[in-house]
Design a binder for this molecule. Structure first.
Ligand code: FRU
Length: 329
């Protein structure tokens, strides 16, 4: 790193093995393909705070120019991310946050607003009367903390809608499934259930179905496109609704490039959200399929450009060899 043409960006991902975060990484790589001079270092902490801290220390030794980080849990990751920022290495925080606010830019949706939106949507669905159950994400993650706060805010002004049961979970489908089996009686008493992401919602739905309940309204968050993900499960009627939670991979790289190229950028890059349910899921699906097609088109063009460059470079070498032999002759 160091000079103007070549930068190194490190991306520290809290947990890579999940569809939503794979989509985030795909978006990043696609955007990065427009900048062939950028070196990209990717580290997946597998949901382990200590591992993520260690990985950030390691990438720091590789003389990076910018860090993108999605911190697993806020408190444990704050000191190391702060120390990067204090070394004057730009930091972009994405999706989840640390607890200090020491970063150059945040890219992601507003989780407080998402919790609020989910609460208002449920209150509306229940006509202002009923009990809701919630299944939260991993305790120390800012996304879970903020979603819960937003939800409680909404319920404060939602008449007779109250929190019936709260299951403290960890974002994972299988955990939510096991916990739902343990609390099945309480869950069955709820009028509606909000899981803090779609994967956990699928775990809840599976446990409910095994208990003979096929009609309970279960809501998630993410509404990720793609086979078997939230959006398609709304279209097929499995999931009642979900709050769109864009991954922001593209915006993270765009912000990184703006910072590195010393162009203006925003500190808070808040991605929009919306309730997805039976009314608009079909339309969303059509649109996301269309975008997917266009992306594949762009990918093809990019590959062609790379091919053309190779051919051009080969011709250059051939030409040079020819000139050299002519000069020598
Ligand atoms: C993916 C995920 C998403 C959720 C986000 C919260 O790892 O669990 O489903 O919206 O992280 O940080």
């Amino acid at each position: 790193s160091g000079n103007n043409t070549q930068f190194t960006i490190a991306f520290s991902q809290c947990i890579g093995d999940d569809a939503w975060r794979e989509t985030m990484l795909d978006e990043m790589k696609r955007e990065l393909s427009f900048y062939p001079d950028i070196e990209f270092i990717y580290r997946d902490a597998g949901g382990d705070n200590q591992k993520q801290i260690q990985q950030i220390k390691e990438v720091l030794e590789q003389d990076i120019d910018l860090l993108i980080v999605s911190p697993n849990e806020a408190e444990p990751l704050t000191p190391i991310v702060d120390s990067v920022f204090q070394k004057n290495i730009p930091v972009i925080v994405t999706d989840r946050k640390t607890s200090s606010g020491l970063y150059n830019a945040y890219v992601g949706a507003d989780n407080l607003a998402i919790g609020k939106l989910a609460g208002q949507f449920m209150a509306h669905t229940l006509n202002g009367q009923g009990q809701i159950g919630i299944v939260t994400g991993l305790k120390g993650t800012s996304a879970s903390i903020e979603r819960k706060k937003g939800l409680l805010d909404a319920l404060d002004s939602a008449g007779n809608v109250r929190l019936g049961v709260e299951i403290q979970s960890d974002w994972e489908r299988h955990t939510a499934y096991e916990q739902s089996k343990q609390h099945i009686e309480q869950l069955l008493e709820q009028d509606i259930i909000l899981a803090f992401n779609d994967q956990m919602a699928f775990g809840v739905i599976q446990a409910l179905r095994e208990a003979g309940e096929n009609y309970k309204r279960v809501i998630g968050i993410d509404a990720l496109p793609g086979e078997g993900n939230g959006l398609s499960e709304i279209v097929n009627g499995t999931l009642f609704a979900s709050m769109l939670y864009p991954t922001g991979g593209t915006e993270a790289i765009r912000t990184a490039m703006a910072i590195l190229q010393r162009k203006p950028y925003k500190r808070d890059n808040i991605l929009g959200t919306v309730v997805i349910n039976q009314d608009n899921a079909g339309l969303m699906m059509l649109q996301s399929n269309k975008i997917q097609e266009q992306q594949e088109d762009i990918d093809k063009r990019q590959e062609l450009i790379v091919e053309q460059n190779k051919i051009y470079r080969n011709q250059q070498t051939t030409l040079n060899v020819l000139i050299t032999s002519l000069v020598l002759a």
